[in-house]
Design a protein around this ligand. Structure first.
Ligand code: GDP
Ligand code: IMO
Ligand code: MG
Length: 430
């Protein structure tokens, strides 16, 4: 038996939440290790729908431990709102069921203000961030001035750190013509949540080490996706953390050997929300049809997601750079009823044929997809629960994807519902 890391293999929203929720029945602990409430993970369990941003997707299963690791940036107010919302849906969340790393960095109101002010200042070249302050919070962490969860228990230190933080950021905000932030107002707001956050604070690395040694199974839940990774993604149109499974270890305080099987969550087509290059994007009625059938609207910001054909070059790159051992192919049902389907098998750039996405911004924007066409299937795959229920042409499409990306399909998802999932190979079994 091994642990499993679930990561996005495209630009996010691949269905990580659904897959983590399904897999969590086989795990004891679910750990978020990066990102923050820029993530939006949807779980559909019968007639109940949960929309989670910061809480690990195992939180809805009784008896599982949920952990927010040190690599996550935590907005304490967003966290408390989410806990209340999920409690309102009948889920029990206590300091016994949810532990937050005491060394995780906080997202403060100043971070959201900077994020949004910067996006306005960027004008046409805006990244299209979620405006949640993710980037500025990670910057402060790396700049060694972040306020961390444990600082909430030390009011004098908190005051000094906020002074230091605001001395830096208010210069920038006023320079942009935005309102400066008031230290006492932030302190008062923090005072309103500090005790509730601290009730969940813990020494996560030690807890996870104990659980690991006791043979408990750990499921790491990534946010965003490989192409939003700060190193390997479509920089600068990326998020500000490493979204790769390698970061599951550092972002939770465990050794790299504990990560185990890396399951890349992959949509049967491609979507992206926000700006940046997207070689297989479709601006025609096919793109529109994918968006409508797939209900491609962002969970966090409600923005329409851009849609396009499956990009095997990009997913193969995610498999290689992220050490993906197998994929969970999701939303196959969205492709039901198309006469033919296209798979991107290479890029044309000037006179060259590329089998990777180049790093240069201009080249990323200029590459043109080289397509291979495949026959579609008329029959429905929606809600299929066994491989035998799939049309032969759908199986052919899946097999061709496996070949192109050089990774096997371990799991197949055929509807938003938890139970409409086909297990091909159990990622927890070595
Ligand atoms: P995440 O960010 O990776 O967790 O993905 P999101 O939850 O943001 O977006 C995925 C959306 O697709 C959600 O609304 C899911 O309920 C839905 N979904 C997941 N798997 C499937 C599937 O196999 N078929 C269909 N039709 N919808 C799915
Ligand atoms: P989940 O976990 C899709 C995108 C934003 C923007 C860029 C930077 O649900 O898959 P940020 O606010 O992180 O600084 O924004 O990253 N983005 C996501 N896109 N799914 C997500 O999370 C995302 N989180 C951030 O749209 O383009
Ligand atoms: Mg999402």
């Amino acid at each position: 038996m091994t642990n499993v890391a679930v990561v996005g293999a495209q630009w996010g929203d691949e269905g990580k939440g659904k897959v983590v929720d399904w897999l969590s029945s086989r795990a004891d602990v679910v750990v978020r290790f990066q990102g923050g409430h820029n993530a939006g993970h949807t779980l559909v369990i019968g007639d109940r729908t949960f929309k989670l941003s910061l809480l690990p997707s195992g939180v809805v299963r009784p008896g599982k431990l949920s952990v927010i690791g040190n690599g996550v940036v935590v907005d304490p107010w967003a966290l408390m709102r989410e806990i209340e919302q999920v409690r309102g849906q009948g889920v029990e969340i206590t300091p016994e069921t949810l532990v937050i790393a005491e060394n995780a960095a906080l997202i403060l109101p100043v971070h959201g203000a900077i994020d949004r002010a910067r996006e306005v200042a960027r004008g046409a070249s805006a990244i299209g961030t979620t405006g949640r302050g993710i980037g500025p919070a990670y910057e402060d962490k790396v700049a060694r001035r972040a306020v961390r969860v444990c600082d909430l228990a030390d009011p004098p230190l908190l005051r000094t750190k906020l002074d230091d933080l605001l001395a830096h950021h208010n210069l920038f905000l006023t320079g942009l013509g935005a309102e400066p932030m008031d230290r006492d107002a932030i302190l008062a707001e923090l005072d309103g949540v500090a005790d509730r956050v601290l009730a969940h604070a813990g020494v996560v690395w030690e807890r996870l080490d104990q659980l690991r040694r006791a043979g408990k199974r750990i499921l790491f839940e990534g946010a965003q996706g490989a192409m939003l990774d700060v190193d390997h993604g479509t920089y600068p149109f990326v998020t500000s953390s490493s979204t790769m499974a390698a970061n599951a270890a550092a972002g939770s305080g465990m050794g790299p050997g504990t990560v185990g099987f890396v399951l890349g969550i992959t949509k049967a087509y491609t979507t992206r929300v926000g700006s940046g290059p997207f070689p297989t994007e479709l601006h025609d009625e096919i793109g529109q049809r994918l968006g409508e059938r797939g209900r491609e609207f962002g969970t966090v910001t409600g923005r329409r997601r851009r849609c396009g054909w499956f990009d095997a070059v990009m997913v193969r790159q995610a498999v290689k750079t992220g050490g993906i051992n197998g994929i969970a192919l999701t939303k196959l049902d969205v492709l039901d009823g198309f006469d033919s389907l296209k798979l991107c098998v290479g890029y044309r750039h000037r006179d060259a044929t590329l089998h990777h996405l180049p790093s240069a911004q201009a080249a990323q924007a200029a590459v043109e997809p080289i397509y291979e066409e495949m026959e579609g299937w008329g029959a429905s795959t929606f809600g299929a629960r066994s491989w035998a229920d799939l049309p032969a042409t759908a199986i052919k499409y899946i097999r061709r994807i496996e070949e192109l990306i050089e990774a096997p399909v371990a799991l197949l998802s055929t509807s938003p519902d938890r139970d409409d999932t086909i297990l091909v190979r159990d990622p927890f079994v070595d």
